[in-house]
Design a protein around this ligand. Structure first.
Ligand SMILES: Nc1nc2c(c(=O)[nH]1)N[C@H]1C(S)=C(S)[C@@H](COP(=O)(O)O)O[C@H]1N2
Ligand SMILES: [Mo]
Length: 450
């Protein structure tokens, strides 16, 4: 049961003394370190999670003086793969569905394996997926984007663009997170799912390239004084439409994007064109984008009147919650992982805010009684994931890991009890509460709420 969820067991089982030895470049330690690395790799391969398993697996492959075949023979030729793939040893790191979450896979979610990622950029093949009606690989030569007004005075020159025409225009590249409004939605009532992949994995971060929507609307002669909203429409069968306030478009941040991490968007993420709406919940990032309408009032579509609304304590629903509020999570050690040894472990995680930059992240290892400031690793960008790190030395006793982010507007990530006071506990969307992971004496890490 536990092994099913282990994507990457922590492999840094170093005590403070050992770290000093690494820094001093001590030979004896290096052999030991290789033994430890080999041990954890073979333990994973064998599906063993216990310290005993790791120790026995270490025997045999640890001798650095025995040259392996790859040190003595010819390797693979260049371009054996025209498009590179991850190592065979990384096969365990996968997007995963939550079984039974939706009736069919075309209207489902695959979650990003946050526990196994470094830095802030999500490899495109691991970007989470959310489809309401399945994904398509649309022929870009046939794809069109139409811009029109709800009446002809709001947009003087309605236009239809092909991909070639769009890609001739000046473009920008920006790094932003995208988070589904339903991320962490299963945790409203109680700790429900075992790993950070399922609690927080409807979150990814890419460098997106595209044309600011503002540029296109200027080309089309939009009346920016009267045009207060746009409607974005996707080309898939879900009839995905969302209202977006013109103020966001005017800031220049909203992009009609075709690029993701240096190449074209992946089909699952909207190839060949998607809207990028930094800081706003994922549903507004319309994929397979085919139409933008300019209007003077919100459209009240199905995806904003009955879906993606927040159930409030008084029983009414709040509409148009767009901004993803300040949030963070410890991604390692996290639920389903196992600490195999006492001593030093790097504690790491991600923080983000739809309102701007992350100002600070505090971490606790005792369930929120004491807090210390984490190190923010650069770059720290607005409406982008920020990586944080902190030191943790495990004395073998139980611990509870938490992180609490503060953004540049001063918003502070709430505890569950603070959030439930204003939102109750029957919502689906917009849960940005502080996540807790409990470390047990046997080294297992579990999802808990405190
Ligand atoms: N055309 C279209 N756009 C869409 C969707 C969709 O089903 N169809 N899903 C939306 C939702 S709810 C989210 S969270 C994001 C997910 O983007 P991703 O699949 O690239 O992660 O796309 C949004 N845009
Ligand atoms: Mo979503």
């Amino acid at each position: 049961m536990l092994n099913r969820f282990i994507q990457r067991a922590p492999e840094h089982f170093l005590s403070r003394e050992q770290i000093h030895e690494v820094r001093a470049g001590r030979r004896g330690f290096l052999a030991g370190a290789f033994a430890a690395a080999a041990a954890s790799a073979s333990a994973l391969a064998a599906g063993q999670a216990s310290a005993q398993g790791a120790a026995s697996a270490a025997e045999g492959d640890a001798n650095i003086l025995n040259l392996p075949p790859h040190s003595k023979g010819l390797g693979q030729p260049v371009a054996a793969r025209g498009y590179g793939l991850p190592s065979e040893w990384e096969k365990n790191l996968q997007r995963r569905e939550s079984p039974g979450l939706t009736r069919i896979g075309q209207a489902s979610v695959s979650f990003c394996p946050l526990q196994g990622l470094f830095g802030i950029i999500t490899p495109s093949g691991l970007h989470f997926e959310r489809h309401h009606q399945g994904w398509w690989d649309i022929d870009p030569s046939k794809h069109r984007l139409m811009l029109n007004g709800s009446d002809e005075t709001l947009l003087k020159r309605p236009m239809v663009f092909g991909m070639d025409e769009l890609m001739r225009l000046p473009n920008v590249s920006r790094m932003h997170f995208i988070e589904c409004g339903a991320n962490t939605g299963m945790e409203w009532g109680n700790a429900a799912v075992p790993t950070v992949q399922y609690t927080h994995g409807m979150l990814s971060c890419s460098e997106f390239t595209g044309v600011p929507l503002r540029t296109l609307l200027e080309l089309c002669g939009a009346d920016f004084k009267r045009a207060k909203f746009i409607l974005a429409e996707g080309a898939d069968g879900s009839g995905m439409t969302r209202t977006i306030p013109m103020s966001l478009v005017m800031s220049g941040e909203v992009l009609v994007a075709y690029g993701q991490n240096g190449e074209m968007l992946r089909p699952e993420n909207g190839y060949p064109l998607r809207l990028v709406v930094p800081g706003v919940q994922g549903v507004s990032w319309v994929k397979y984008l085919r139409r933008i309408e300019v209007g003077d009032m919100p459209y009240g579509t199905k995806d904003e009147s009955i879906h993606y609304v927040d159930l409030m304590p008084d029983g009414l629903h709040r509409q148009y919650t767009s901004v993803q509020e300040v949030k963070s999570v410890v991604t390692s050690p996290s639920g389903g992982q196992v600490l195999l040894q006492k001593g030093f472990h790097n504690l790491t995680g991600l923080a983000w805010s739809g309102r701007g930059k992350i100002r600070r992240v505090d971490v606790s290892t005792d369930g929120g009684k004491n807090w210390t400031q984490a190190r923010l690793e650069g770059p720290v960008l607005a409406k982008c994931l920020t990586r944080f790190n902190a030191d943790f030395v495990w004395d073998g006793k139980p611990a509870i890991f938490q992180s609490r982010a503060v953004d540049e507007t001063g918003q502070i990530q709430p505890t569950y009890s603070e959030l439930r006071k204003v939102r109750a506990s029957r919502s689906i969307y917009h849960n940005n509460a502080i996540q807790s992971w409990s470390l047990e004496e046997n080294g297992e890490v579990k999802n808990v709420q405190v």
